[in-house]
Design a protein around this ligand. Structure first.
Ligand SMILES: NC(=O)c1ccc[n+]([C@@H]2O[C@H](COP(=O)([O-])OP(=O)(O)OC[C@H]3O[C@@H](n4cnc5c(N)ncnc54)[C@H](O)[C@@H]3O)[C@@H](O)[C@H]2O)c1
Length: 411
């Protein structure tokens, strides 16, 4: 988020927070409220904070961030919260029941495992982990605990997914052998996708650089890497872990796909020549053992077709599209539709998804209270993370990667 947008957002959100930070006693008794802490209160963390403050039976009690600016911003949102500089102090707090993790990707596994070990329920941003090895560790930890864990794959709570699953279960697609998916963006000339201005007070005095590195090779403070971590492999998986993961999770859930058997990925840094390592132009192919091939394409220098997924079956197609520019009206809509294949379903009628989305954050809080499984449990976090890391491994090694070889390479 650009700094001025972030400031405007904080101004509005601070007003909202003053009303919502502490729900009135009439909403729910103190013992029924879920007391929440958050680790990492940057751009996404502040969006999630706003979402959390709008859930009536949740109460934000503490945040932890290693950058003083983010602690100050969080305190503006929710006056009176504990703003800590070490996530371990937050996990020591007895009056924190559940924790949201919105730190950079390379820290997810550390924070995930620490939260679960502390006996707290967890909402962990996507991608669940930075590597396959870490995904295995988190899956194992989740299997050994009764904590409620939601992954920040919010499209798992979409009404369109619920409808797609029903249409598939009802046999409207027949045999699906291929899925095509894509995601595209653009920025003005000279401005790179994702690039954030480094604030002037982002200095070693205001940031715990060692905690950011979390065991990665030591080096002098690098403000650009701290703020723009998304551009570098050490901390990020690029657009594969930022965006493909959402769409692969959605496709995986709709078709109940297992882990891919193989991945291929090509592309490069073709449009964003700003020193980044992660590619801006991408073509991925994922093979699944149940005779399905999924492709995903992405560019950062053309946004006309927005994003979408098409599930191609012998008896019908499910198409979800969003953000494409209509050539006539110039508008863009999000819609999920079903089209019958007339040669196999002569009397089939087209359908449009109308089921409303669920609020992903509220679904987590509800599940923390009911102890039910949330909409994006660890299993989908795991499958989508492994698929994403297989693709990146194939790109970086310039070769086809099988599930077997990916697990060996990751070990
Ligand atoms: N679900 C979605 O749609 C969605 C959207 C955007 C981002 N995200 C995810 O959210 C995560 C955060 O992204 P962002 O854009 O907010 O990044 P960011 O850099 O803006 O925020 C990360 C925050 O974590 C803090 N941090 C770093 N190391 C820490 C540590 N050791 N302990 C505590 N705090 C630490 C930083 O100071 C910063 O405030 C990423 O994993 C990203 O993929 C998800």
């Amino acid at each position: 988020m650009a700094e001025n947008t972030r400031r405007d957002f904080i101004k509005t959100a601070a007003g909202t927070a003053a009303l919502l930070a502490y729900p009135p006693a009439s909403v729910l008794g103190a013992s029924d409220r879920v007391r929440v802490g958050m680790i990492g209160v940057g751009a996404r963390g502040q969006e999630l904070l706003k979402q959390l403050l709008a859930v009536p039976n949740a109460q934000l009690v503490a945040i932890a961030d290693i950058y003083s600016r983010r602690r100050d911003e969080a305190a503006e949102f929710a006056p009176g919260i504990h703003a800590l500089d070490d996530h371990r102090r937050l996990l020591d707090m007895k009056d924190v029941d559940a924790v949201i993790v919105a730190s950079p990707l390379h820290l997810h596994a550390r924070h995930f495992l620490d939260v679960v070990a502390a006996g707290k329920d967890l909402y962990c941003e996507k991608t669940m982990t930075w590597s396959i090895t870490e995904a295995e560790q988190c899956l194992r930890a989740a299997e050994k605990t009764d904590r409620v864990i939601q992954i920040g794959l919010q499209h798992e709570s979409s009404g369109a997914l619920a409808d797609a699953k029903k249409w598939i279960k009802d046999g409207l697609l027949g045999k699906v052998t291929q899925v095509e998916s894509w995601m595209s963006r653009n920025t003005p000339h000279g401005k790179g996708q994702w690039v954030r201005t480094v604030p002037s007070e982002c200095t070693p005095q205001n940031v715990n650089w060692q905690a950011f590195l979390n065991g990665r090779p030591d080096r002098p403070f690098d403000a650009n890497k701290f703020i723009n971590w998304r551009l570098f492999w050490e901390f990020s998986g690029g657009n594969i872990t930022e965006n493909m993961v959402h769409q692969i999770a959605w496709i995986t859930s709709a078709l109940d796909l297992p882990l891919p058997s193989a991945a291929y990925m090509t592309g490069g840094v073709f449009s964003e020549k700003d020193g980044r390592e992660v590619p801006d132009t991408i073509a991925v192919t994922l093979d699944f053992p149940n005779e399905v091939v999924v492709t995903w394409q992405s560019t950062f220098s053309n946004s006309r077709y927005g994003l979408g997924e098409r599930l191609l079956g012998s008896d019908g197609t499910i198409e979800h599209v969003a953000g494409a520019t209509d050539m006539v009206t110039g508008n863009s809509d999000e819609v999920t539709r079903y089209f019958p294949e007339k040669i196999n379903r002569a009397n089939g009628a087209p359908l449009v998804s109308e089921t409303k989305d669920q609020n992903h954050m509220a679904n987590w809080i509800d599940c923390v209270r009911s102890r039910k499984a949330p909409n994006a449990p660890v299993e989908i976090g795991y499958r989508s993370a492994v698929a994403a890391h297989m693709a990146n491994l194939a790109y970086r090694r310039k070769e086809r990667v099988t599930l077997q070889s990916a697990k060996t390479l990751a070990a």
